[in-house]
Design a protein around this ligand. Structure first.
Ligand SMILES: Cc1ncc(COP(=O)(O)O)c(C=O)c1O
Length: 408
């Protein structure tokens, strides 16, 4: 895609024409016209179910749905048949948590920075006798890798870590964690929560060979809500029986039992989100046309401007404190910047910023253990970026913060 395309990119997003400064991309990104058009076409020109009919419309729906799998697989470096569509990251992680055959005494290693969706499914297993070990982070948000190494025992069955924190923006060292897992006696499964990396950080699953990787379609990828994915290594999934079964999953059934289809069909029980998958397919095409490297570069420039701006605000007497890696570790973070303004309530700050048409998130960001670890029990305000954000928007954000500091 040409440079002109990056300049004119905002034209692709209907909502951005309405004067909002949208800095809540970690919660949900805006959706480009291309995605909306693909979904509209499905509903107005096809509208049939997939893999359930031999009429032309059903065949066309199945073709687009299958193509969506191939596009997403290619995008994350997976092989054919290694991605199942899910509702979102939460659904994907819960499929894994409920499908593994846990035994009393099995252990799970995760970290204190995780989103609740990569925490609660593991904590829930405690009632079946599974032990959960939680690895700490440094004050700047880096995983304590030595502690992670020492947490692995011969009973560790799974290590589950976010690729990128939705609060700190820190990119975790997945290749190093893979090596640690490979050196351990128990060969646990490795699950990566890629909710905040896909669409923002260039990666292939071949880089760190996860056994599972969960993601959502509507964040970095700018697709619709209600669609996400679960990558699984084919050989690994052969050891596991999916916990959710029903229409679309069996090859044959009689009153004595059933034989399942190969994945992904065996994992995608019931009628899938067909329009969502087709929208996601268009979204992956859109992001690929821009290029992840350019998205990363743009977001890093804007992040640098925000962190610099915070330093200038401090010099001007505004008490601003942010969490996660600083300017000296820009390469280890993406454009998710959580902060507090002096002792001001984060919700009051976000509400006041909204009166300037600036969209931010406030609170715990579904990561309460992390808020406690950071000692910010009331949470923080979060600004999060995507490729369509501009330097002018960042300047307005910084000036408005100063006004809000004086007002609230
Ligand atoms: C790191 C991380 N994991 C998991 C999730 C859950 O994603 P979803 O709500 O799409 O299931 C989020 C959502 O923000 C997230 O940031």
């Amino acid at each position: 895609m040409s440079q002109e395309k990056l300049t004119g990119i905002r034209e692709d997003f209907p909502l951005l024409k309405k004067g909002w400064i949208y800095l809540d991309n970690t919660a949900k990104a805006q959706t480009p016209r291309k995605v909306l058009d693909a979904m509209h076409r499905y509903y107005t020109e096809i509208g049939a179910n997939v893999h359930r009919g031999l009429h032309t419309l059903s065949l066309e729906a199945s073709k687009l749905y299958d193509e969506a799998h191939s596009k997403v697989e290619k995008f994350i470096g997976a092989r054919k048949g290694e991605v199942a569509f899910t509702l979102n990251t939460t659904h994907a992680i819960n499929i894994v948590a409920s499908s593994i055959d846990w035994k009393r005494g099995d252990e799970i290693v995760t970290t204190v920075m995780e989103h609740h969706s990569n925490f609660l499914p593991w904590l829930r297993l405690r009632k079946f006798g599974v032990k959960v070990r939680v690895v700490d982070i440094s004050d700047q948000g880096f995983i304590n890798v030595d502690q992670l190494r020492n947490s692995l025992t011969e009973r560790t069955k799974l290590v589950s870590v976010a690729h990128v924190s939705n609060v700190l923006g820190v990119i975790n060292p997945l290749e190093e964690i893979r090596e640690i897992i490979d050196e351990s006696d128990a060969s646990p499964y490795f699950l990566v929560d890629a909710a905040q990396s896909v669409g923002h950080v260039e990666f292939s699953v071949r880089d760190f060979s996860p056994d599972f990787l969960a993601f959502s379609g509507y964040k970095g990828l700018m697709g619709p809500t209600g669609i996400g994915g679960l990558y699984y290594r084919r050989d690994v999934w052969e050891e596991i029986e999916p916990a959710l079964l029903g229409g679309g999953t069996p090859r044959s059934v009689d009153s004595e039992g059933y034989e399942l289809m190969d994945p992904p069909a065996s994992i995608e029980a019931g009628t899938p989100n067909i329009a969502g998958a087709i929208g996601l397919s268009a979204a992956v095409e859109y992001v690929s046309e821009i290029g992840i490297r350019r998205i990363e570069k743009k977001e890093r420039e804007l992040t640098s401007e925000i962190l610099d701006g915070f330093e200038r605000l401090k010099e001007g007497g505004v008490k601003v404190e942010y969490y996660g890696p600083g300017l000296d570790h820009l390469e280890s973070r993406i454009g998710v910047i959580s902060f507090n303004l002096g002792g001001k309530d984060p919700h009051d700050v976000a509400r006041a910023m909204s009166s300037f048409k600036i969209c931010l998130r406030s609170g715990h960001h579904c990561a309460m253990p992390l808020a406690m670890r950071l000692g910010i029990t009331r949470g923080s305000v979060r600004a999060s970026l995507h490729v369509y954000n501009t330097m002018e928007e960042i300047e307005t954000f910084l000036t408005s913060l100063k006004e809000v500091y004086d007002l609230v």
